[in-house]
Every structure is written in structure tokens, then in C-alpha cells.
Design a protein around this ligand. Structure first.
Ligand SMILES: Nc1ncnc2c1ncn2[C@@H]1O[C@H](COP(=O)(O)OP(=O)(O)OC[C@H]2O[C@@H]([n+]3cccc(C(=O)O)c3)[C@H](O)[C@@H]2O)[C@@H](O)[C@H]1O
Ligand SMILES: Nc1ncnc2c1ncn2[C@@H]1O[C@H](COP(=O)(O)OP(=O)(O)OP(=O)(O)O)[C@@H](O)[C@H]1O
Ligand SMILES: NC(=O)CC[C@H](N)C(=O)O
Length: 583
């Protein structure tokens, strides 16, 4: 059996920074070549970054990407890397498609280029555009209709791009074309437990396609998405051969024994199930046999560590890729701002994290002491700016009471944070959790201000679990747990009036989160939620709160998606909406 040394380049690309992404490809190819690799595969849309949304429809971006890909192929050869076969994602244009009705202007395609010998020897566009969940690719791309089979050192290698793998067609076509290996560049965003689904999917497609399968995914954050990597290789029986670490850049090098290609004439006009099969022979000479190296699949993170790492990665990359060097948040001593601060310290380092305590006349003593204890444990910088005097000035100017007066305090704090952001360049973090966002339990233009919201997709009950997990992880490593126990154990309160508790306005969080799981995550109607055994009055109350708060969510800052259904692109409901869930 011919051997092939394959590298999966699990990299963190930067949307729109084509030159830096091309440099990244060259650097990875150099390392791969030094290790004797013959075929290297990069993630989806490597050169442009992913997802590029409507940038895809701009002619200037399409042309820049195409030029970048051609220059990269030439540069790889110039730098002595032309023997390596590199599969690199880029933004292409459909050949021969003119602007027309129903066809996106410029006919952009989500494509990969196979580079060898200084040239692009094959191109393939994504066949099945990803158009559910947060994916919106039918808006941006024209689908492809061809599957390429490239012969590398006597092994037939077929290509599929991310969503193509989630459908039967392309892997069935790979089987029909007798490919020995299917390589799949991906931009598959993180969701809790998605890694299990991916491994099953890869194994199923490998068995069905009767070929080994190499899956390479991005890492890093991009706006509300976090990519966890999790690149892997399975053999033709679906058995796991190698798997990368999650959330870190890695060049995963794997040796494979693969069946030799049966002689086929290139370009013979083969078709399978509506797809054209295009063959390109790059090299027929098998690699001289060598002692294969063994790879051990990387350790998996446990469920809470995985979610926590996704939050850290999302924040770190948003800050870094947008040119910020520090963050600021209001620290109330409550668990939401405390967990947010712990994530920020892990993402950026304590010297980049600034907290402000803004006591009012209703603030408890522990709101200050718990914030101070957090600062002591983590090393972040804490300042105090009291708001009572400012509130008095407002009282002189306007007469408000009740919720209006409560919200005024939250808004005074927000003005202070934004002033400090403007003055010192810190990115302001909003500290709201998913349960609060769901029910509208935050003050618009108050605690809802900010540029990024690290825990907006984390339900309150999970906020507590993650906090306990983070402290326990520190203890296991012999470090100081960052989160004061009192922040975890005290009853949640907005402290906007004397003795206020969250449970004055909201059901207990355990009940609230269980109903939200049914209504938001699983999108059930009220009757179906009640049929699961929840109290009808409770369901009606929560559903009404959720429906009324859509306008507030739309104005909330972006934050990392960790669930199946984040408040963002995963859940698009109208703000102006007369539909009510009647019981
Ligand atoms: N459909 C719509 N489209 C656009 N705007 C709409 C709107 N409906 C109301 N509005 C506007 O929104 C305003 C109401 O929203 P808002 O001003 O936020 O005020 P509101 O939602 O009435 O009150 C905020 C609630 O959040 C609680 N809170 C505040 C701060 C922190 C926490 C916490 O524990 O974390 C909780 C607070 O105790 C209170 O119950 C209206 O006065 C109106 O201007
Ligand atoms: N005294 C305060 N000083 C500084 N920031 C505050 C203060 N009170 C509230 N905030 C800010 O407003 C946000 C919302 O306030 P709130 O007190 O409701 O939440 P929390 O204390 O973080 O969590 P919990 O709901 O568990 O109390 C906080 O996360 C914090 O960023
Ligand atoms: N980029 C893509 O096509 C991603 C779609 C795919 N279903 C995933 O989430 O992994």
C-alpha cells in the first residue's frame, strides 16, 4: 500500500487579513515540509478568514482573494515548497457566470485551491451551502457542482468542504470515484458537545465512502463564533487515527497507508448523482516506504472546561483582532461580573483587566468587599467611583421613582465605564448572562452597554457551575481560586433598591433555566413546554418576558456562542411581533 504523510493545519486565521493569512500558510507549509509531509490541508476559506459574510459579494474582495491564492501558489514554489501539495481555502468566483436574476452579483464561491509546483492545479467550490443555525451561505455564495479527485503519489484524494460532509452526496461521490482519502477543510463553530457529533459524522462518512477521512477545522474567535479546532483523521473503518487539541493552533501530522489509485484517465467526464468528477494527476510515483510514526489522539477537555475555554478564546480573539489591549467592567461583587472578570484575566492577563466598583446608597458592604477580594485573588486593577453624588444631581434635575429611578443608577454607572473606555481605550464588557437576556432583566443603556458580552450565552445556573469548576481547576493546580466563595453562594441581587433580590422579579433560576431550555433552546411552543410537566402559570410568565424583551436583546453587545441557539444569528425573531403563545 502506498504511504502518505498528511498534515492538518489547524490555524487561527484573521478575517480580511489576506496577507497575514497567506504568511500563516507559508509558515505551516515550511514546518510540514521539514517533517517530510506530502499533503497539507488548511481550514475553510483560509486566505480570507471565515465567515466573511457579505464581504464575499464585493468584487474587490473576490479579486484580492483570487490573486492572493495565485501568488501564494507561486510563492510556495519560490520558497522551495513546491513539491508539497497544499489544499488552501479561499474566495473564488464561479467561471462563466454573468450577473443575472437570482444569482448573487459577482458569483462568489466558497472554494479550495490545490496548490502544487507553483500553480493552482485544481479548484473546488463548496457544493452544499450552509444555510441553517448561524450559517447564511445561500445569501453569499453560488454553489459548486464538481468534486475533484487529485492523485498524490499514487493515492486518489477527493475533496469536500465542511457542510458537504454533513450531506450524503460528496462522500458517496468520493466512493464512486474510488478515492482512498477524503479531505475536508472546515469552518465549524463551537457548540457544547459538538465534538461528539463530529467524530460520529466523520466515522459514518468514512465507512460509507470506503475511504479514510481527514477533517481540519479552524481555531479562534470571530465575532460571535468560536472555532474549537478538533481536527481529526479516521480510517476507512471509521476508527480514530489522530485528533488535535481543542482551541489551540496545531499542525497534526499523520502517516497513512492507503490503497493505490486504479489507473483512470483524467478528465473522462465521469459524473455521480448530479456532480461532475474531475481528476487531476499530480504525482503517480509512490513515496519510498518509511517507518510510520504513531500519533496519539489528544486529550479531550471535560464539558465545563470546554465551555470555559470557548468563552476565554472568544473574548481573547475579539480583543486582539480588533486592536484592543485591555478591558473594563463594572464589578458589583455578584457572580456575573466576577465570572466575567475571571474569564478576562484568563484571556488577557490581570494587567489588562480593569474593574470599577460603583457603590450607590443601596449597595451592600459585600458588593465592595467581594469585588476587592476578587481583585486581590486575580491581580486585576480595581478602582472605586461612587455614584451617590451623581445620583443626587439627577434627583435635583428630574423627578423619577420606582423602576425609572432604579435604572438611572445602572445608567450612571454605564456613563462612567464608557467615559473610562474613551479616555483609556479599554473595551467595556457587558456582564449579563443568558437567563437575564432572555427575560429582559437588565437596563438598556445601563448594565447592557459594552462592546462585548462574554457570558451572554451562558444561563445563570451554568454561570454558577462554571465558577465552581474554575475554582476547583485552580485548586487542582495548586493555585488561588479566583472567585470569592461569597460571590458564588450569595443570593443574586441587582441592588438597585434596598433588599432587592432577583427572585422578586424572576422565578428561581433553576426553574427559569429549565423552561428557557424548552422555549428558547428547543423552540417549543407554550403548550409543548407545559406538556413536559412545567406549571402553566410559570410558563406563561416566562414566555411573556422572553417575547417582550426581543428589542433589548437586539441592542445587546455580541458575545461568544456556546449553545445550539444563541441570542444572535441562531434565533432571529421579529421585534415588532403580535404573535403570543396562547395556552
Ligand atoms: N418594543 C420596544 N422597542 C424599543 N424600545 C422599547 C420597547 N419596549 C420598551 N422599550 C424601551 O425600553 C425601556 C424599558 O427598558 P429599560 O429601560 O431597560 O427598563 P425595564 O426593562 O423596565 O427595567 C429594567 C429591569 O431590569 C432589572 N435589572 C436592571 C439592571 C440590572 C439587573 C440585573 O440583575 O442584572 C436587573 C431592573 O430591576 C428592572 O426590573 C422603555 O422605557 C422604552 O424606552
Ligand atoms: N455596585 C456596582 N459597581 C460596579 N458595577 C456594578 C455595580 N452594581 C452593578 N454593576 C454592574 O451591573 C451589572 C448588573 O448588575 P447586577 O448586580 O444585577 O449583576 P451581578 O451582580 O453581576 O450578578 P448578580 O445578578 O448575581 O448579582 C453587574 O454585572 C456589574 O457589571
Ligand atoms: N462552515 C460550514 O459549512 C459549517 C456547517 C456545519 N454543519 C458545521 O457546523 O460544522
Amino acid at each position: 500500500m502506498p504511504q502518505l504523510r498528511l498534515a492538518l493545519a489547524q490555524v487561527d486565521t484573521h478575517v480580511g487579513n489576506l496577507d497575514a493569512n497567506a504568511d500563516l500558510v507559508v509558515a505551516q507549509c515550511r514546518v510540514a515540509a521539514e517533517q517530510g509531509v506530502q499533503l497539507i490541508v488548511f481550514p475553510e476559506m483560509t486566505l480570507t478568514g471565515y465567515p466573511i459574510e457579505d464581504l464575499a459579494m464585493r468584487a474587490s474582495v473576490i479579486e484580492a482573494s483570487r490573486t492572493c491564492a495565485e501568488r501564494l501558489a507561486a510563492r510556495l514554489a519560490d520558497e522551495g515548497l513546491g513539491e508539497l501539495v497544499a489544499v488552501v481555502g479561499f474566495l473564488d468566483r464561479a467561471p462563466g457566470v454573468e450577473d443575472g436574476f437570482g444569482i448573487p452579483k459577482n458569483a462568489p464561491q466558497n472554494a479550495v485551491a490545490v496548490m502544487h509546483g507553483g500553480r493552482i492545479v485544481a479548484r473546488q467550490a463548496k457544493i452544499h451551502l450552509w444555510n441553517y443555525g448561524v450559517g447564511d451561505e445561500m445569501r453569499n455564495f453560488v454553489p459548486g457542482d464538481t468534486i475533484n479527485v487529485v492523485q498524490v503519489h499514487g493515492v486518489d484524494v477527493a475533496l469536500a468542504i465542511c457542510e458537504d460532509l454533513w450531506r450524503d452526496g460528496p462522500s458517496a461521490a468520493a466512493k464512486a470515484a474510488d478515492a482512498a482519502l477524503l479531505v475536508v477543510p472546515n469552518g465549524s463553530p463551537y457548540e457544547a458537545n459538538k465534538d461528539d457529533v463530529r467524530l460520529d459524522l466523520c466515522a459514518t462518512r468514512a465507512v460509507a465512502g470506503e475511504c479514510a477521512l481527514a477533517y481540519v477545522n479552524l481555531v479562534g474567535g470571530q465575532d460571535e463564533l468560536v472555532f474549537d479546532g478538533d481536527s481529526l483523521v479516521v480510517d476507512a473503518n471509521g476508527a480514530l487515527q489522530a485528533r488535535s487539541q481543542q482551541f489551540v493552533e496545531e499542525l497534526l501530522v499523520v502517516d497513512l497507508d492507503l490503497p493505490a489509485a486504479t489507473p483512470t484517465m483524467p478528465g473522462t467526464g465521469e459524473r455521480f448523482g448530479g456532480l461532475a468528477i474531475k481528476r487531476t494527476v499530480i504525482s503517480t510515483e509512490p513515496v519510498p516506504s518509511y517507518e510510520p510514526r504513531t500519533t496519539t489522539p489528544g486529550d479531550r477537555l471535560d464539558d465545563l472546561e470546554e465551555i470555559y475555554t470557548a468563552l476565554v478564546t472568544g473574548l481573547r480573539d475579539y480583543v486582539r483582532k480588533n486592536g484592543f489591549s485591555s478591558v473594563l467592567m463594572g464589578l458589583s461583587g455578584g457572580i456575573d461580573s466576577t465570572l466575567t472578570a475571571a474569564i478576562a484575566v484568563d484571556a488577557l492577563g490581570a494587567d489588562k483587566v480593569f474593574g470599577v466598583s460603583n457603590p450607590s446608597e443601596w449597595s451592600t458592604e459585600h458588593s465592595r468587599t467581594d469585588a476587592a477580594e476578587l481583585a486581590r485573588r486575580t491581580g486585576l486593577t480595581l478602582d472605586t467611583v461612587a455614584i451617590a453624588g451623581i445620583k443626587d444631581a439627577y434627583d435635583d434635575a428630574i423627578k423619577v421613582d420606582g423602576v425609572a429611578e432604579e435604572n438611572l443608577q445602572a445608567r450612571i454607572r454605564a456613563v462612567i465605564w464608557m467615559a473610562l473606555s474613551n479616555q483609556h481605550g479599554h473595551l467595556v464588557l457587558a456582564c449579563g448572562n443568558k437567563s437575564e437576556l432572555a427575560t429582559g432583566y437588565s437596563t438598556i443603556y445601563g448594565d447592557a452597554v459594552g462592546g462585548y458580552a462574554p457570558i451572554k450565552d451562558v444561563p445563570k445556573t451554568l454561570v454558577w457551575e462554571l465558577s465552581r469548576w474554575r475554582n476547583a481547576a485552580a485548586e487542582r493546580r495548586g493555585e488561588t481560586p479566583p472567585i470569592p466563595e461569597n460571590a458564588i453562594n450569595k443570593p443574586p441581587s441587582a441592588e438597585l433598591r434596598p433588599g432587592q433580590l432577583d427572585t422578586d422579579s424572576l422565578p428561581p433560576y433553576e426553574e427559569l433555566d429549565a423552561v428557557l431550555d424548552a422555549y428558547v433552546e428547543r423552540d417549543l411552543g407554550s403548550a409543548a413546554v407545559i406538556a413536559e410537566g412545567f406549571d402553566a402559570e410559570l410558563v406563561e410568565r416566562i414566555v411573556t418576558l422572553v417575547d417582550r424583551a426581543e428589542y433589548k436583546r437586539r441592542q445587546y453587545p455580541p458575545g461568544p456562542k456556546i449553545s445550539k441557539r444563541n441570542f444572535g444569528r441562531d434565533r432571529r425573531v421579529p421585534m415588532t411581533n403580535a404573535w403570543r403563545e396562547h395556552l
